[in-house]
Design a protein around this ligand. Structure first.
Ligand code: ACM
Length: 647
């Protein structure tokens, strides 16, 4: 079917106004195939556009062909409405702002690499309005993202009207403190709806229907998440009989031995499926404590009756049972990768967040997988130098690291790769109080995920992406999005990208205390490999210890030494502290050591900021061996050191 119309008619239907630009080299995500032809297509007020719909088997779903011809104008060929509208999104990004009526002649054939291109919104920790969600949906559509995963339930508040259980929204959706941080530091109680100072909120079914249809018009499916069996403190405060103790404020996991729990969850999911028509229903499954199950008579009885050997299998029993229930309604479940523990429910899809191993294991078992590994996709981590950023959960995840993520790994068998359905950007909102802050954390990093999920890896290039994303951010800011200021990005710590040369580089280091197993960095090479640690201790450049650090650097031959120093970091939240003091000794023979310096700690253990401090000395000695002894903080916790610099 061929239909020629004026461009303006369609653009009015789209959420995205025209952007100032000329050709296909500005488009995000980068299209699959582009050929730029000679000349431009000029038009007076509106361009001439032909829409050609072909049969579904003639072109893949969501794909489009966009041709801009000097005389014939614009032709868009597509097989479904998503492909048609994605062509228009591409055109919008390439087109002028209405003052320059000129487009570069070109042909684009474009299609997504993955069918699932997701963005996650945590509305439990801080409630977000429907308008906020619609605004993010507009941005998602612009970058051809097609799944919004809404984390509707968690300890910090229940966020959806459930008619059968009104206390979820009359009580469990509200708390006395506005910020999650204050609430978490307090007694973590809830408040009656409408009580003085109660903070929170929830979506009515009418609002959800409106949101779902708004998203659907932009080819975005909304996937609701209802957490189970854990992250359920708010439910168990409202309905204490659903926990093992039967008391409010005691449990975080549902009691899996209690038949009433299954009635509750099935009823809730019925009401969820009534308003969310999504293919997948997310049932959480992460971070269950499972402790109370071990002593709960009902849980123990269930384990006995079902022949379950441990609490992992008890969790698996619950997930399988709920998966069967959801499937009986014609839907599928997806859950965090913990749903693998104790055996994965048939047909369940896995969202791999603790890394990619869980996802790969699930693919090998024939399950569909969405990758959202924390190392690349957790946008709650700080995106620039922490000293200039708002408080976050920690870590360091700049745009470039997000962008370089490659979801297909060499260890994935070729015949299983089709189970990798896509990629998702996650934003947990413990420290993200305002809407503006959430946008700041999403954009531009979520755009990088969009490109990873849509574009072919051979077309990706970080330098080119940065060139394309800068004007896009400017455009987004002009539309009221509070994006991160990429132009003024500070970047990594000094020497992280260049490395640091010094006299001890490559020298042997003798350890007298073991490294903590989670933070090995480069093993015994770490302190003399010239590799400097970045803004986070989890970047595998910092070596971690749960003891003193007591090491001796062997320079190989006696040399003149004028400087010895090492840098530590402090981050009180996760228990990373400065050493109490550092003692430095030198020796020519490795037996007789001379104490040349003691460096005391001057950083308060109460300081909550991320702090870096060198424990160093200048000297004027001849030595082959340098002993560097950092005494663990009186607070105990971790010590992290990246390099011992000797000059
Ligand atoms: C998660 O981050 N707990 C899924």
């Amino acid at each position: 079917m061929k239909k020629c119309i004026l461009l303006s008619v369609l653009l009015i239907l789209l959420p995205v106004p025209l952007i100032m630009a000329q050709g296909p080299d500005v488009v995000i995500p980068v299209p699959a195939e582009v050929s730029v032809n000679k000349g431009t297509y000029r038009f007076r007020s509106q361009p001439e556009m032909c829409l050609v719909k072909v049969s579904e088997n003639a072109m893949p779903s969501e794909s489009y062909r966009l041709e801009i011809h000097r005389r014939k104008g614009i032709t868009i060929t597509f097989s479904d409405s998503a492909g048609r509208d994605y062509a228009l999104q591409t055109l919008n990004q390439m087109s002028s702002d209405g003052t320059i009526h000129e487009l570069q002649c070109c042909e684009i054939y474009d299609y997504p690499r993955f069918p699932y291109r997701g963005l996650h919104v945590d509305v439990s920790r801080h409630f977000r309005s429907v308008d906020f969600l619609k605004k993010q949906i507009d941005a998602m559509a612009m970058f051809k993202m097609n799944r919004m995963h809404i984390h509707l339930t968690d300890a910090a508040g229940w966020r959806m009207q459930i008619d059968a259980y009104p206390r979820l929204t009359q009580f469990a959706a509200w708390r006395p403190q506005h910020t999650w941080k204050e609430w978490w530091a307090g007694d973590r109680h809830y408040a009656e709806e409408g009580s003085k100072g109660a903070y929170g909120g929830y979506y009515t079914k009418e609002e959800i229907r409106d949101l779902v249809s708004y998203a659907r018009a932009r080819h975005i499916e909304i996937i609701p998440e209802i957490e189970m069996p854990s992250h359920s403190e708010e439910v168990l405060a409202a309905y204490p009989e659903l926990g093992c103790s039967g008391e409010a404020y005691r449990d975080s996991d549902f009691c899996v031995g209690n038949a009433e729990v299954f009635r509750f969850l099935e009823t809730v999911l019925d009401e969820v499926m009534e308003v969310f028509p999504s293919e997948y229903i997310h049932i959480g499954g992460d971070e269950a404590g499972k402790q109370h199950w071990k002593n709960c008579p009902k849980c123990q009885k269930r384990m006995q009756e079902e022949g379950l050997k441990d609490v992992d299998e008890l969790q698996s029993y619950m997930i399988r049972r709920m998966a069967r229930y959801v499937e009986s309604k014609g839907r599928k479940v997806i859950g965090w990768d913990e749903i693998l523990d104790g055996g994965l429910a048939e047909g369940a899809a896995v969202m791999s967040w603790r890394g990619t191993e869980g996802g790969i294991a699930a693919m090998n078992m024939g399950h569909d997988v969405v990758m959202s590994p924390g190392r690349y996709c957790y946008l709650d981590h700080t995106q620039d130098a922490p000293f200039k950023e708002p408080q976050s959960i920690g870590g360091y995840l700049p745009l470039d690291t997000v962008y370089v993520y490659e979801p297909v790994e060499p260890s994935m068998p070729a015949d299983k790769v089709h189970h990798l359905k896509g990629v998702q950007a996650n934003l947990w909102a413990e420290y993200v109080v305002t809407d503006g802050h959430a946008e700041y954390m999403y954009w531009p990093r979520a755009i990088a995920i969009a490109e990873t999920a849509w574009s072919l890896p051979e077309n990706k290039d970080i330098k080119d992406f940065r060139r394309r994303v800068m004007p896009m951010l400017e455009f987004m800011r002009s539309k009221g999005y509070q994006t991160f200021d990429l132009e003024n990005e500070y970047g990594e710590r000094e020497y992280v990208t260049t490395g640091l040369d010094h006299m001890a580089k490559g020298c042997k280091v003798i350890y007298s205390k073991p490294v903590q197993q989670w933070y090995p960095a480069a093993g015994e090479k770490t302190f003399t490999d010239g590799v400097i640690g970045g803004w986070t201790y989890s970047d595998n450049r910092w070596q971690g210890f749960l003891s003193d650090i007591d090491v001796t650097v062997d320079l190989g031959v006696v040399k003149h030494v004028s400087y010895v120093g090492g840098t530590f970091m402090q981050l009180k939240g996760p228990g990373v502290f400065m050493p109490h003091k550092v003692d430095i000794y030198v020796s020519e023979d490795g037996t007789d050591f001379t104490h040349i310096a003691q460096v005391p700690n001057d950083v308060s253990v109460d300081d909550e900021d991320l702090i870096f401090r060198s424990f160093e000395t200048t000297c004027d000695v001849d030595a082959r061996y340098i002993r560097y002894h950092a005494a663990r903080s009186l607070m105990r916790g971790f010590l992290f050191l990246d390099e011992i610099v000797v000059n």
